[in-house]
Design a binder for this molecule. Structure first.
Ligand SMILES: O=C(O)CCC(=O)C(=O)O
Length: 337
């Protein structure tokens, strides 16, 4: 199997226990009466506030179009990324992510018991950092144009995410300044590019197992293969790819700051036995030294704080422990009710 070449991994390490294997999900059209929200970002901010509020409250995930990010940029990132992932693994590991450094290349991440059938590029904003990362892979001929695309994408996706977060909180009557204080900078943002090679044991494993996103907002671009599923009312539902659309979802940091009004939703990536798949996700975070808490307007006598305040770095440090216990880091900060 080409994907495993140059590693000492065996296929068995990817096989989930019988009761943890991916069951067949529903298509969104099977969800009677529940229509996956699709939001036109070409509308005015005023029109969008109730629409985004309803989409985020009901599904935690929604699709957006007229979002202002050029199709040509999305296609170009996807093309460069596929060329990068097509390099021999001995070349890719020249930029292997080396914790605590949060950026670089990873393959076959291990979550809980099994390995994920995926490899990823983890990127952070910063022109010099991005350029020098790709230049460290001598066989990668496209480092200049890939870097330029990524730098542009951070800026556009950051502005887009900022607009959506601001409008989501306006829908809860929270002032823009409060949101700006936490999410005003894209410096702590991340871009994760996932590559899921075609998989001979697609029914027995995951590209990424069920998880919630722990940042603020995530904006995902996926190719036309499909594989993203979200948990809705106890059913796994496929989020079918649609050209020109991006998928937005609520992360746990917004769940916490909205005092639970918006919920972060479990999702997973399935793999395909005949086709590889590529997705990339912009994650908007508050900075590590931000102190976050449920927004004061959302904490009342009738609706007491559901979470204790925390520094983002403390929350992140709980992440590994939470993964081991197979739950979310936010549970460590839940107020007892
Ligand atoms: O690739 C996908 O469809 C989902 C990716 C994802 O959930 C993640 O990278 O956290």
């Amino acid at each position: 199997m080409a994907f495993l070449e140059g590693t000492d991994l065996t296929m068995a390490e990817f096989v989930c226990a019988q009761n943890e294997r991916p069951s067949v999900g529903l298509s969104s059209s099977d969800m009677e009466g529940a229509i996956f929200p699709k939001v036109d970002l070409g509308l005015s901010d005023e029109e969008l506030v109730p629409i985004l509020h309803s989409a985020a409250s009901s599904w935690g995930f929604f699709s957006i179009f007229n979002h202002g990010i050029p199709e040509s940029l999305l296609d170009s990132i996807a093309t460069h990324a596929l060329h990068f992932f097509g390099l021999p693994s001995s070349d890719k590991i020249a930029i292997a992510r080396n914790p605590p450094v949060p950026y670089g290349y990873t393959s076959f991440a291990k979550s809980a018991a099994i390995k994920s059938w995926s490899e990823a590029l983890h990127l952070m904003p910063g022109e010099d950092r991005i350029h020098s990362l790709f230049q460290s892979v001598p066989s990668f001929q496209e480092s200049q144009s890939f870097s330029a695309d990524i730098i542009k994408y951070f800026s556009l996706a950051g502005a887009l995410s900022n607009r959506i977060i601001t409008l989501l909180f306006r829908g809860l009557m929270v002032d823009d300044e409060e949101v700006e204080r936490v999410f005003g900078s894209i410096d702590p943002a991340r871009l994760r590019i996932n590559h899921y090679p075609a998989c001979p044991i697609a029914d027995l494993t995951y590209g990424l197992p069920p998880h919630k996103d722990y940042g603020g907002l995530a904006i995902l671009h996926q190719d036309d293969v499909g594989g993203l599923e979200i948990l809705k009312d106890g059913h796994w539902v496929a989020v079918e790819p649609e050209k020109g659309c991006l998928i937005v979802n609520i992360g746990e940091m917004i769940q916490m700051m909205s005092n639970g009004k918006y919920q972060s939703v479990l999702h997973r990536s399935l793999v395909n036995s005949s086709q590889p798949r590529l997705s990339f996700i912009f994650f908007h975070f508050p900075s590590d030294d931000s102190l976050v808490a449920p927004m004061s307007k959302l904490v009342t006598k009738d609706s007491p704080a559901k979470y204790r305040s925390f520094y983002v770095k403390d929350y992140k440090s709980m992440f590994a422990m939470a993964m081991k216990a197979n739950h979310s880091p936010l549970l460590f900060f839940k107020e007892s009710s």
